[in-house]
Design a protein around this ligand. Structure first.
Ligand code: KIV
Length: 284
């Protein structure tokens, strides 16, 4: 089964034009290898700052640095994806104001080759988004549950359970749209509110834990692959790689200990001891 998907390079206009049409398929990728595997099925690849928790063992995304994002952004860009490549702007590198945000995002775009950046915040970040967009930095917004604000909000809380939260989030969505974002992630938003915002604004909404009513969906790839034992309610595990990896590694360990790996077929014999470089991928 393969998804039918045009093979042209995605840009911010093609994503924006998908508003109300074909759902926008987005996933996170932190490495060239993962980007190569995902690219033919998705519209957007996000180098999310979730890499701090998923790859690097941090408890939150707060410790993630600009250098971390650039390192992984470059890696994904080397896969030359047809999908739109978006890189997250990490905590502490844009909130001080538009000038700080411009310096950070210009560096991210220049040093990674990404197509766009994503930053968290609604009304409070609208002037910054406008400043960036006016200077040629394409911005994806991110409102609702904001993982970078977890210390201020006291936890990962679903948004839209009170009148006040609904009003505030609708204002955030409007502000981000008017500021010129080409799309906005809605994270952890109750269904009715996500549906209302999706109707209210004329840029695509990309949902994560925000119901099927959004214009697109995003998940952390390692979540959908079943790499974690515990995942939030909104995650569907489309594979069980954690168990598959454990089983494969146990088998490898047994065979090394039993000396049944490697066999003769997996051994270089004779006097040819050098392998010509570069090693082709197929030879690995
Ligand atoms: O950091 C991230 O991976 C994200 C998405 C999951 C939306 O922001």
């Amino acid at each position: 089964m393969s998804a039918i998907r045009p093979s042209r390079k995605r840009n911010v206009a093609t994503i924006r034009n998908q508003k109300g049409g074909e759902p926008i398929v987005c996933l996170t990728a932190y490495t060239a290898m993962m980007a190569e595997i995902l690219d033919s099925s998705v519209d957007v690849l996000l180098v999310g700052d979730s890499l701090g928790t998923v790859l690097h063992g941090h408890e939150t995304t707060i410790p993630v640095t600009i250098d971390d994002m650039i390192y992984h952004g470059r890696s994904v860009a080397r896969a030359n994806p047809k999908a739109l490549l978006v890189v997250d702007v990490p905590f502490g590198s844009y909130e001080a104001g538009p000038e700080q945000a411009y310096a950070t995002t210009a560096r991210i775009l220049k040093e990674t080759g990404a197509d766009a950046v994503k930053l968290e915040g609604g009304v409070a970040q609208a002037p910054t988004i406008e400043f960036l967009v006016n200077r040629g930095v394409p911005v994806m917004g991110h409102i609702g549950l904001r993982p970078q604000a977890v210390r201020a909000t006291g936890g990962y809380r679903i948004v839209g359970k009170t009148e006040e939260e609904c009003t505030n989030l609708k204002e955030d969505a409007d502000a981000v749209t008017k500021a010129g974002a080409f799309a906005v992630v809605l994270e952890g938003v109750v269904e009715a509110l996500a549906a209302e915002i999706t109707k209210q604004i004329d840029i695509p909404t990309i949902g994560i834990g925000a119901s099927p009513h959004c214009d697109g969906q995003i998940l952390v790839t390692e979540d959908l692959l079943g790499m974690f034992e515990k995942t939030p309610k909104f995650v569907r595990k489309f594979a069980d790689l954690r168990n598959e990896i454990s089983t494969a590694v146990e088998q490898y360990a047994n065979e090394v200990r039993e000396r049944t790996f490697p066999t003769e077929a997996e051994t270089y014999s004779g006097n040819k001891t050098t392998i010509p470089l570069p090693i082709k991928k197929a030879q690995r």
